[in-house]
Write a protein that binds this ligand. Sequence first.
Ligand code: RB5
Length: 157
Amino acid sequence: MENLNKLKIAIGSDHAGFNLKEELKEYLIALGYDLTDFGVDNAEHPVDYPDIGFAIAKKVANGEFDRGILVCGTGLGMAIVANKVSGIRAAFCPDCILASFSRSHNDANILTLGGRVITPLNAKEIVRVWLEVPFSGERHLERLKKIEVIEKEIRGE
Ligand code: RB5
């Protein structure tokens, strides 16, 4: 099992996710997680979610970070952009059950949340569960290997 507090986590948001991202940051630092914030740093100036989402997805895909947490208004745009990056398994998880399955079955390496559609209390619990639940492996590993084959085909390899 992963040593949870050794996980290197990248977090980021657009303007619509900024307030929730700040709350999650404080919560995760208090839990002892190794967290790096890639912005944005305010809710006032609009920043397009693909800019932050793509930057963090690349950092997770290349191994610089173990996990990513991306927050936009709904959580949807961040999931769409992050899943464009080969090796990323981004999951939009508006509840703890999905957060748990996204880890145990899909080995999700990015969690996306919507700052405008969830309470901070719910979001904190979702993030806690998502960081603690391990990947089950076994039959699920074979399915993830199929996704890697698909990614190679898309790259023309
Ligand atoms: C920004 O207004 C909003 O569209 C964005 O945060 C996100 O919800 C997109 O999916």
